[in-house]
Design a protein around this ligand. Structure first.
Ligand code: PLP
Length: 246
């Protein structure tokens, strides 16, 4: 149940919910404007609401007003929250945007529709195996470590072509997109531009880039998917320490 306990929705929770819906509408408008300003059709960009650390009761208001695309960064948290929400709302689409360990591949393939954080042969092999075993197909994005940060996940830009060849060839995987998380202390635009260039050079069509602080910039630079959390849900209360960077 919600963090305020019980089945009844408190006044305070109602306020939170309306403001979340309003923030969702505001972000949708900003996306539409950024698309128009860049001469792109407004349906060119998909908004992934990043719901990590927020529970099902906090997510449901966004589902109630029609939003269906969400992102989570931990497999176990997604397993706990989403199966029951999927029973209520059938057409949900869930992206994994956090690091994946190969021993969690089975769970990830079962609970997610898109895995954005493919970044090494062992994970790709485990995913390919699980998709066959479960007779289930998930879309795949490769995470690229555009800032060459040692602590961050992702394929090095210069190793992307070879990794793609391995995924597409021996493993028979099709790769829909590339994803990046620019270094926090740098201008994001060169990273977005690099990701777009890599996608064009390698025949990949989707680009997942841009978060709450920079999704409009990312759209100008070609993003097809933006991952927006705090601009919609509010602050995460330090409940997570950016696990994507560990
Ligand atoms: C948490 C997270 C986001 C959302 O970040 P906000 O700044 O809250 O919009 C986007 N992408 C990844 C990979 C994340 O882990």
């Amino acid at each position: 149940m919600g963090r305020f306990g019980g089945g009844r929705v408190s006044e305070r929770e109602l306020d939170f919910n309306t403001s979340r819906q309003n923030r969702l509408f505001a972000v949708q408008k900003q996306i539409a404007r950024a698309c128009r300003d860049s001469g792109r059709p407004v349906d060119d960009v998909e908004l992934i609401c990043v719901s990590k650390t927020f529970d099902a009761n906090e997510i449901r208001p966004l589902l109630s007003c029609g939003h269906r695309l969400f992102g989570e960064n931990r497999v176990q948290e997604a397993q706990e929250k989403w199966p029951s929400l999927r029973e209520e709302f059938s057409d949900i689409k869930l992206h994994l945007i956090g690091p994946l360990q190969s021993n969690k591949a089975a769970e990830a393939v079962a609970v997610f529709d898109v895995i954005e954080t493919l970044d090494r042969p062992k994970i790709a092999e485990a995913i390919a195996r699980e998709m066959r075993a479960q007779n289930r197909s998930v879309q795949l994005f490769i995470q690229v470590n555009t800032g060459a940060e040692p602590q961050k996940a992702g394929v090095a830009p210069e190793e992307l072509s070879e990794f793609l060849r391995y995924c597409r060839g021996p493993l028979g995987l099709s790769i829909q997109g590339l994803m990046c998380i620019p270094p926090v202390d740098e201008q994001a635009s060169p990273h977005f531009a690099l990701l777009r260039r890599l996608a064009m050079e390698n025949g990949v069509s989707c680009l997942s880039m841009g978060m709450s602080g920079d999704f409009e910039l990312a759209i100008q630079l070609g993003a097809t998917h933006v991952r927006v959390g705090s601009a919609i849900f509010g602050r995460r209360n330090g409940k997570e320490a950016m696990p994507t960077e560990i």
